[in-house]
Design a protein around this ligand. Structure first.
Ligand SMILES: CC(=O)N[C@H]1[C@@H](OP(=O)(O)OP(=O)(O)OC[C@H]2O[C@@H](n3ccc(=O)[nH]c3=O)[C@H](O)[C@@H]2O)O[C@H](CO)[C@@H](O)[C@@H]1O[C@H](C)C(=O)N[C@@H](C)C(=O)N[C@H](CCC(=O)O)C(=O)O
Ligand SMILES: Nc1ncnc2c1ncn2[C@@H]1O[C@H](COP(=O)(O)OP(=O)(O)OP(=O)(O)O)[C@@H](O)[C@H]1O
Length: 493
């Protein structure tokens, strides 16, 4: 597209050069510039994109977008000054990729916990209703026939708009995406008007250097989604919902279990536990009454909240209830309390929990299923906070019947040091909980499967959907689902 045409989407002023240049793509990292790219200088936390404009030009950039003049650029190179380059990046991307979000039903999900799960549930329900759905979030991007991992839960605006364009070109009619607070703060979703915004819940997270200054700031950014959507579906039971709705401009639809809500589930739900299945059945009624029964193949009370958000979204989109029931019954989220399908009288689940709060939440949920024994396989990452290791150790010792402590992305750090910290945590949590240390994670999985007996739950936590293991400077393929299935298949033959 012609640079001149693109610029009209921004408040940019041409400082030098000819605006008739042809722009093929947008780029915000000089190391990724290819000929035909328009380089947008983003001021960052660690460095400033303006410092790399000369390098971008040398790599073939057809123009530079910046917030201030940059010395040393070739005279003929078009340079455009904008007030805010992150915002400009989003505006340019929307124009370059032909406003793809306008051609999709856009559903954005925000909240501290449950974004990934709710996004999958909404996508499953829509798919069961015959929609062609694209999905973007922590577990990557996918649409029918395509999937790819992503660096961010909510991608940078230029990457996001390009993905949306590809979804439209692939025939998708709907996009379900996780909208992180940083995605909102960093203009990654600027310019997108969501048909539906969903709020799950809020607790302190992502507060610290480079992320949010305080809980209030974190919450304020999440609340922005409800000024950028037509209908906001919010959790009536979350104490932060009222604050999230400050200055909202959308129609509000509520869901919950404890307080009055448009979509409400009964508190008399039933936990389902069969080998290979940890689920729940519950009833829910919408604004028009008429309670219906739903089944989920994921455990716990909190899963009902995620499902209610999906049921409410389906209600707004007027999807048939049979599709909602089918979608919820069959949805599985990789690495989020994901059951591994094996022929065994016990249950194995994979989960991404890698801090004390998440481990506590998960193991408490699993204990409610009254397993004969709860066996936990876990480790902790190297080069990260030691507090996390003590905390994981404590939570697992308090809630498991047996722990197998092993490696988890040890990166450059000696595994022995990490295991020693976990051991300290285990002793603090409950010195009587038996545990073994098995350095090799694959062997730890094999041992857990060998010791499991009928009615046991084996929770393998920390890696969730990841398919690699970072051991020292090496990154090795490590798909726990495959390892477990292959080992169990081998045991049967
Ligand atoms: C805290 C945060 O979000 N940081 C983002 C920010 O990085 P930064 O400010 O440190 O950037 P920087 O390194 O100073 O570089 C500034 C600019 O110079 C450019 N550069 C830099 C070096 C060079 O040689 N050439 C060059 O052009 C960089 O590409 C960048 O555009 O801008 C970068 C480019 O836009 C982002 O990739 C980066 O995300 C980092 C990797 C990150 O980890 N973000 C996480 C915290 C995040 O966004 N998480 C949320 C929430 C997830 C959840 O809720 O679970 C998410 O949506 O993923
Ligand atoms: N509605 C919920 N309320 C509380 N906890 C939840 C909820 N949904 C999921 N969880 C727990 O949080 C974990 C993470 O869930 P999920 O990945 O869906 O959330 P997320 O918002 O995408 O989180 P993250 O940003 O950490 O990836 C799950 O494994 C589960 O233990």
């Amino acid at each position: 597209m012609n640079l001149c045409e693109l610029l009209q989407a921004t408040d940019g002023v041409l400082l030098q050069g000819d605006a008739r240049a042809d722009v093929q793509t947008l780029c915000y990292d000089s190391r990724a510039v290819t000929p035909g790219a328009l380089f947008v200088c983003l001021p960052g936390l660690h460095t400033d994109g303006h410092a790399y404009a000369v390098r971008a030009a040398a790599a073939g950039a057809v123009g530079i977008v910046c917030e201030r003049p940059i010395p040393g650029l070739p005279e003929a190179l078009p340079v455009i000054q904008v007030t805010h380059s992150r915002r400009a990046l989003a505006q340019l991307a929307i124009r370059l990729y032909g406003e793809p979000a306008r051609q999709l039903t856009m559903i954005g999900i925000t909240g501290t916990k449950g974004k990934t799960t709710t996004a999958h549930l909404v996508a499953a329900v829509l798919t069961a209703a015959g929609r062609k759905v694209g999905l973007i979030g922590t577990n990557g991007v996918r649409w029918p026939g395509y999937r790819h991992p992503l660096d961010h839960t909510t991608p940078e605006s230029s990457d996001l708009q390009q993905l949306l364009r590809r979804m439209v070109d692939a025939g998708c009619d709907t996009c379900v995406m996780e909208v992180s607070s940083l995605g909102l703060k960093m203009d990654r979703v600027t310019g997108i008007e969501y048909d539906i915004g969903i709020f799950t819940n809020l607790s302190p997270d992502h507060i610290g250097p480079g992320e949010h200054a305080s809980f209030a700031e974190y919450r304020a950014w999440k609340s922005v989604l409800f000024r950028r959507c037509r209908v906001g579906i919010v959790n009536a039971d979350d104490p932060q919902t009222e604050a999230i709705l400050t200055q909202h401009t959308c129609r509000v639809v509520t869901y919950g279990m404890d307080r009055p809500a448009d979509w409400r589930a009964g508190t008399d739900f039933t936990l389902l536990h069969r080998p290979g299945l940890l689920g729940v059945t519950f009833t829910a009624a919408g604004p028009e009454g008429g309670s219906r029964e739903y089944q989920l193949a994921m455990p716990g009370r909190f899963s009902i909240y995620n499902a209610l958000a999906a049921i409410a979204a389906a209600g707004i989109l007027q999807l048939p209830d049979t599709a909602v029931q089918t979608g919820l019954r069959t949805a599985v989220v990789e690495g989020r309390v994901e059951p591994v399908p094996i022929h065994a009288p016990f249950t194995v689940v994979l989960d991404y929990a890698h801090n004390e709060a998440a481990a506590e939440n998960l193991l408490t949920t699993l204990r409610a299923y009254r397993p004969t024994r709860l066996i936990v396989v876990f480790g902790c990452g190297g080069g990260r906070s030691r507090v996390r290791r003590f905390g994981m150790g404590e939570a697992c010792a308090r809630l498991a019947d047996f722990c197998i402590v092993t490696e988890d992305n040890s990166r450059g750090e000696p595994l022995a040091d990490i295991l020693a910290d976990i051991r300290t945590g285990l002793r603090r949590g409950n010195p009587d909980t038996p545990f073994v240390e098995i350095s090799d994670r694959r062997q730890a999985l094999y041992d857990a499967l060998d010791m499991a007996r009928p009615g046991d739950i084996v929770a393998v936590i920390g890696k969730g959907h990841e398919t690699t293991l970072q051991r020292g400077s090496e990154t090795i393929p490590f798909c726990e689902r495959e390892i477990i299935r292959n080992y169990m298949a081998g045991r049967r033959t």
